[in-house]
Design a protein around this ligand. Sequence first.
Ligand code: AMP
Length: 280
Amino acid sequence: MITFSKILDINNFVKKQREDGKTIGFVPTMGALHQGHLDLMTRAKQENDLLVVSIFVNPIQFNNPNDLDKYPRDLVADIEMLEDIGCDILFVPSVTEMYPKKVAKEYSFGQLETVMEGASRPGHFNGVAIVVSKLFDITLPHKAYFGEKDFQQLAIISKLVEIENIPVEIIPCPTIRETDGLAMSSRNKRLTIEQRNAAPTIYKLLKLTKENSKSNTPNILKQQLIDKFNSYKNFDLEYFEFADDKDLQPINSWNSASGIIAFVVVKLGEIRLIDNIRII
Ligand code: AMP
């Protein structure tokens, strides 16, 4: 694996690879890698000549400074995992390398950014779009891989590529879970034992939602789920929503969209866990 920290160096390298006819699969991450990340990478490796991974904890997508401060970082373990799966190129830039000056860009993603994560975390998606667009410019991928765990982020990135005409194919990848159902996340490392034991209930309730979806209207079911989440003392429910899988707007009837997803964010102490399940 070749590791780069300078934009110019990796950019020259990938340009040369493209000239030589090599295809590039790219997986952007914030590190503290787990099997969810590795699945995206394994797929990218299978579908391209070269796997490029970035590790960069992007400060401008954190609307909560405490969350940024405490975000897990473990570059030594990450590099070992990347070597094991045969990653070809790692990009680990510093904050000043990525942002020598303050970034003023303001994207507009319309109604995609007014709901759920967009509403709960002001500026978050703009920060994500700025870094991902920059990373695409730097790594010049043919295909880039994103997890459906962060479904709204995936929708935002697809929109970004569309509005900016970026020549990259976005590949959605399914959520990878622990054996007890908890969606893998770097933030899981910060859970106390008690919180970790409680956390699989999030996915249990999502599965229950899917099973019961035909027996009630979305609004009744949503209220039942909110009551259920609130009945667990460890859980502080931030939102629960049934939404159209295309425009991410809330739905009122099971017939109002061809694809419907249940989205949830629960806080356990100060750890914010996100998950979703496809209903239709
Ligand atoms: P992050 O390091 O959290 O920014 O995540 C980097 C990429 O990995 C994003 O596209 C995430 O959606 C994806 N990802 C994170 N956790 C999982 C998971 N459990 N299953 C699938 N993809 C994931």
